[in-house]
Write a protein that binds this ligand. Structure first.
Ligand code: ADP
Ligand code: ZN
Ligand code: ZN
Length: 840
């Protein structure tokens, strides 16, 4: 060994010229070769980041894929500018995974890298620099040279500077060494875009000056005093709406985040004035980065007999299979089993990845796992800031996080020894990324990742995807089942409530059938809890003029605007466009504008009216935008400060609350009739998941599904929890109509801002593809359900390919070539063709 090293050293002493192939985060399907400065000959190795010039102006960070001495023939290689790491930050296996994803999902490894690397590791000429929030000259133990001081002082005055700003300020081009030193001294932070900017760990909140408002009289006096200051009165009004201090005096202490008080009508300066005048009080609240319960290393897991058996079967299957499906009903203790398997894998010295879908359930499961694994566990979540992501990345590299719990993007972390991947709720659609490329499925990628590491994958679900169950049935995956709930808990009783009948008999209250209202009342009376599920947020899907039928539509997308009552706005759920609600119809001037249909917000409001004694809260995208709001809602529900929780699919999964004895489900029909070959499967999964929230302790659970058609066969399959029945029907249909798992789908999305051009381009492309691939394999073009999003018209071409006997990589190559050819033609200038492999 010693000798070998000596030999290499000697070799390099002869001033050997080395080159390196660098992977750059750009959508070009190749690596770029740079020349290695002599000084770096000994230290540069694959997986290190390097800074290079790309094109005329751009400076980018890339990853060294290979160091070699092959002189590139085509061009004069530039020197790389700097090596950023002494040790690799990307593992060789990761580079292989990136390449696999690029090939399979029809994109470039650079696009994969771009999504994979947290931007804190992607220093580039687009980088921005800010002071580290904990930095101050008074407390730092480091000393700084002149240029460093100049930069730090400017940052104290300026909040943040761009790369170009700093170049100008310091009068020098190469900034990497400087940034690197300041990063090491924890004086600055780098981030990619303004949105990634590091958020401080505290939030500023305001509350009424304690003692100021004790009763109605003092409140009236206060408003009187503000009579000539309407803006300040508005602030106060909004505060009182959010924090009803007279009804619940205790709420004032926690106050309201300043950012929640300030909105389109309320300016920060009127809030400031109220603070200055001693009416409001401002204070700071620390926000924990991670929610970490006390770690208890001695948590013992005692699996039940059935669970023990399942665990053994899983291990037995792993002897000769890479993948096992754990099909266990909700509440059967799958998580408990995962914990025991994770522990064993960690004890054997391997790394473990626990994948979760992108939903609220992370908080609860993370809490459970943290109790067992404490500081060994890193959490990787899309809601985290980039700095937190960098921390986890480094923790995986340096071995301090052998276990990672995270959402789909955690498959990109720098593992080197993955023994086990768990994909919880493997059927979840949020494992598929749609935009930007790579449009990957994290479950499917996880199988490949595990195989690269020689590790195993455990897929878990109460309602497996049809594709996964098919693999298990075919013997490709091991299959292990859990049929019983843990302890005394029983599966809930499911029943249908007929909305058509209730309408006819005039017994509907708002949108609630008598069965559901009575059920909810009973729950509240018995001091139990309920969940009401409606997979549509907002107050009403649209508003409508009664005189002329005018409906406000989004100007960028082919959808109507959703009415949100609390903020009194119309919002587009596709592009985020916000409009004020007109008081008169802009088409005919009538004031008769009504809301049509209902979303979670309306259900919440109706429930408050129907059952005034109940505390009702709502959990959906609108009430949980802020980082900790999930947690607050979950804590409150857990502490039984909430009787009825209304929500979208956020309430449907993973939540484990003993008190829940009733679940109400709205709009099952709409889900069933959604035009997609997976709609029955999806409805079954969603309804079963939501239903599974009921009866998780000794108290029996009840689930009421509202429907206008009680005859629908699928509903009866759901009622008796007949997963196998669903599977048989579905798999037969898929076989008959040649859908996955029997075929492989690739979708080409054609898009452009002009409708006609989009359609002609899509037609032309489909024609050309048909001429070579045949009519059977090329479907469409077809306009998708929402035919225009963010100003772009969309057309879909769907490829249905055989799984056997077809050279799929060649077909993919052909599709890419044809797409590129099309968009390069003058007639189709500006058209985009976006490939989506295994679309969802
Ligand atoms: P699933 O993930 O299958 O829905 P969970 O793992 O959440 O089921 O288990 C349901 C409930 O039963 C949880 O509260 C869990 O703590 C409890 N539980 C399951 N198995 C055990 C066990 N062996 N010992 C103690 N509690 C258990
Ligand atoms: Zn009108
Ligand atoms: Zn829109």
């Amino acid at each position: 060994m010693q000798q070998l090293q000596l030999h290499i050293q000697e070799g390099r002493d002869e001033r050997q010229t080395l080159f390196c192939d660098v992977l750059l985060p750009v959508p070009v399907p190749k690596y770029f070769t740079y020349r290695v400065p002599y000084a770096l000959n000994d230290s540069l190795m694959p997986g290190c980041r390097v800074v290079v010039q790309f094109g005329k102006k751009k400076i980018l960070t890339g990853i060294v894929a290979e160091v070699h001495d092959r002189v590139p023939e085509a061009y004069d290689a530039r020197y790389l500018l700097e090596q950023l790491d002494e040790q690799p930050v990307v593992q060789p296996l990761q580079l292989r995974l990136f390449q696999w994803m690029a090939d399979y999902y029809m994109c470039t490894p650079g696009e994969v890298l771009n999504v994979a690397l947290p931007s804190g590791l992607k220093l580039s000429s687009q980088s921005q620099v800010q002071l580290h929030p904990d930095f101050s000259f008074a407390t730092t133990e480091h000393s700084f040279n002149e240029k460093e001081l100049l930069l730090l002082q400017s940052l104290q005055a300026q909040d943040h500077l761009s790369y170009a700003d700093v170049e100008k300020l310091l009068g020098q081009k190469s900034l990497y060494q400087l940034f690197k030193n300041l990063l090491a001294k924890e004086a600055i932070l780098l981030y990619e875009q303004v949105k990634d900017k590091y958020k401080p760990k505290t939030v500023r909140r305001v509350r009424l000056q304690p003692g100021l408002v004790q009763d109605t009289a003092s409140l009236e006096a206060l408003f009187k005093a503000l009579e000539s200051h309407p803006k300040q009165a508005d602030v106060l009004l909004k505060y009182l709406r959010e924090v009803p201090v007279l009804k619940e005096p205790g709420r004032n202490e926690k106050g309201l985040a300043k950012s929640e008080l300030v909105d389109a009508q309320i300016s920060p300066s009127s809030v400031r004035t109220l603070v200055k005048n001693g009416i409001l009080e401002e204070f700071e609240e620390a926000v924990p980065r991670f929610w970490i319960p006390e770690a208890d290393a001695n948590v013992d897991i005692h699996l039940t007999g059935e669970q023990q058996g399942a665990r053994q079967q899983i291990l037995d299957h792993f002897e000769d299979k890479d993948t096992v499906l754990l099909h266990g009903i909700t509440g059967s203790g799958k998580t408990e089993l995962y914990i025991s398997l994770i522990r064993e894998a960690l004890d054997n010295g391997s790394q473990v990845l626990y994948l979760l879908p992108e939903i609220a359930l992370t908080t609860q499961i993370v809490g459970r796992l943290k109790k067992v694994f404490g500081g060994q566990m890193g959490v990787y979540h899309s809601r985290f800031s980039d700095n937190e992501r960098v921390e986890v990345w480094q923790g995986v590299l340096n071995g301090s996080f052998p276990l990672v719990v995270g959402v789909r993007s955690s498959i990109f972390l720098p593992f080197h020894n993955l023994g086990l991947i768990i994909v919880d709720e493997e059927h979840e659609t949020s494992y598929k990324q749609y935009d930007p490329a790579p449009r990957y499925h994290a479950r499917d990628t996880a199988l490949v990742l595990a195989r690269m590491h020689g590790g195993k994958t455990l897929l878990g679900s109460a309602t497996p995807s049809i594709e996964t169950y098919y693999q298990a049935e075919q013997g490709k995956f091991g299959l292990v089942q859990l049929h019983k709930r843990y302890g005394e808990a029983q599966l809930p009783q499911l029943e249908l409530a007929d909305t058509r009948l209730a309408l006819k008999q005039k017994t509907m209250k708002a949108m609630f059938t008598p069965a559901l209202v009575d059920g909810l009342k009973l729950v509240v009376e018995r001091k139990e809890q309920a969940i009401v599920f409606q997979n549509r947020r907002g107050y009403a899907p649209y508003i409508n003029c009664e005189e002329c039928s005018w409906i406000p539509k989004c100007q960028n997308c082919a959808v109507s605007l959703t009415y949100h009552l609390r903020v009194n706005e119309l919002r587009c759920h596709y592009c985020g466009l916000v409009e004020y609600v007109p008081t008169a119809c802009p088409a005919c001037g009538s004031h008769k504008i009504k809301t049509v249909g209902y979303g979670t917000e309306k259900l919440e409001e109706s429930l408050r009216l129907l059952i005034p004694e109940a505390t009702v809260e709502r959990m959906d995208l609108d009430t949980t935008r802020r980082k900790n709001s999930f947690q607050v809602l979950l804590d409150d529900f857990g502490d039984h400060k909430i009787d009825i929780l209304v929500g979208t699919q956020m309430v449907s999964k993973g939540l484990d609350f003993e008190g829940v004895t009733l679940v109400g489900i709205f709009d099952a029909d709409r889900m069933i009739h959604y035009p997609d070959f997976r709609s029955h499967e999806r409805t079954y999964q969603l309804v079963t998941q939501v239903a599974g929230r009921a009866g998780r302790s000794s108290k029996p659970g009840r689930v009421i599904i509202q429907t206008s058609n009680t005859e629908l066969p699928l509903l009866h399959t759901i009622l008796v929890a007949d997963y196998l029945g669903l599977y048989k029907t579905e798999i037969d249909e898929r076989r008959q109509y040649f859908y996955p798992p029997f075929s492989r789908l690739i979708r080409l999305v054609v898009r452009h801002s002009e409708k006609e051009l989009t359609e002609t381009a899509a037609k032309a492309l489909a024609e050309r593809l048909r001429s070579k691939l045949g009519v059977e394999r090329v479907l469409g073009p077809e306009e998708p359900l929402v035919g225009r999003i963010r100003g772009l018209y969309l057309m879909h071409i769907t490829l249905k390919l055989e799984r056997q006997g077809l050279d799929v990589p060649a077909v993919k190559q052909y599709l890419l070539e044809q797409s590129q050819q099309l968009v390069s033609e003058k007639a189709f200038k500006g058209v985009e063709v976006v490939p989506d492999v295994d679309p969802y």
